[in-house]
Design a protein around this ligand. Structure first.
Ligand code: GDP
Length: 304
């Protein structure tokens, strides 16, 4: 799925509101601003981010004394781009890993159902396509379905997987995976974790134990803690981001299911509120449907 196709629903919902608001108007007045505000909130851009955007537009109206509605789209685009530009970026534009970190260990966290397993499968596919040896670790030992799903992806993408019987200690699976990755000379190790929505203390304890055993094998690993969020849940995704960032050091984000939702604006809210790079976005169920998040392309797709 191409990016602008994936963002179709967000785009339609957002711009139909704005188009309606400015119909028959020649300048940006309070009524237009109210409608823009409503459109941003409906797209799940979030109150804080919406207020920031509206304030910037108001400032420009005040400074320039007048703003035509035809300029509004351009200015909205600029302001949204500015918000994204201020947010941290990921280092790579392709499915790459930093040099000198082999194996590069990615710990994947997130609540059940957000698309964690699918994202791991898509990542494995893309890294492999990019010439990397990938190894998966099924450290979500609480749900049989999680291990089964990850095994299906490992077969589909044709990458090895380390797993143990249900109920095993997740950190022992993580340890074995890293050990196996070192023995096999893997380039990338991707480890799935349990996605139960624990209380903060429990989650913190579980994740820090997994991190500790990984670092016994590779001192600076895990190199990346990737939090997967479901973009179609809008503000819930923000809540989950708060929950996980309070429990562990999350270093990157993947936002899934941006196709089929009108809440794509949540990417802006997340980029604006968490100083963590949005690295990947999911725009479909197939393995090709994971993209490296590119801020400028994202804004262009919204406005094209
Ligand atoms: P997990 O419980 O977090 O591991 O979630 P899964 O990876 O099993 O995904 C849950 C459902 O979401 C599955 O039906 C996936 O096919 C679907 N899914 C995952 N990512 C995307 C996406 O980017 N777009 C769409 N449309 N569906 C997705």
């Amino acid at each position: 799925v191409a990016l602008d196709e994936g963002l179709q629903k967000t785009k339609q919902s957002f711009f139909s509101k704005i188009t309606k608001a400015i119909a028959g108007k020649s300048s940006v007045d309070d009524e237009v601003l109210d409608s823009v505000e409503e459109a941003l909130v409906t797209a799940d851009v979030g109150i804080e981010t919406t207020v920031a955007i509206i304030k910037r537009i108001e400032d420009r109206v005040a400074r320039d004394k007048y703003m035509g509605t035809s300029e509004l789209n351009r200015i909205l685009q600029e302001e949204i781009a500015a918000i994204l530009t201020n947010a941290p970026s990921s280092e790579f534009e392709t499915f790459e890993v930093p040099a000198g970190k082999k194996p590069y260990v990615i710990l994947v966290v997130g609540v059940n159902g957000v698309g964690k397993t699918t994202t791991i499968g898509k990542l494995a596919y893309n890294f492999k396509k990019n010439g990397k040896e990938v190894l998966l670790g099924a450290a979500d030992t609480f749900r049989a379905a999680a291990v089964d799903q990850l095994t299906i992806w490992s077969d589909r993408v044709n990458v090895p997987i380390v797993k143990k019987e249900m109920g095993s200690d997740p950190s022992s699976v993580a340890y074995d995976t890293v050990e196996s990755g070192l023995a096999r000379n893997s380039d990338v190790i991707i480890i799935d974790t349990a996605g139960r929505l624990h209380n903060k203390a429990h989650l913190m304890e579980e994740l820090s134990k997994i991190k500790r055993v990984i670092s016994k094998k590779i001192p600076d690993a895990p190199h990346e803690v990737l939090l997967v969020l479901d973009g179609s849940t809008g503000q819930n995704a923000l809540e989950q981001a708060r929950h996980f960032t309070a429990a562990t050091e999350v270093t990157s984000l993947a936002i899934t299911k941006l196709d089929g939702t009108a809440k794509g604006g949540v990417v802006l809210a997340i980029a604006n509120q968490f100083k963590i790079p949005v690295k990947y976005i999911g725009v479909g169920e197939r393995m090709e449907d994971l993209q490296i998040f590119n801020k400028l392309e994202f804004v262009d797709s919204l406005f094209s």
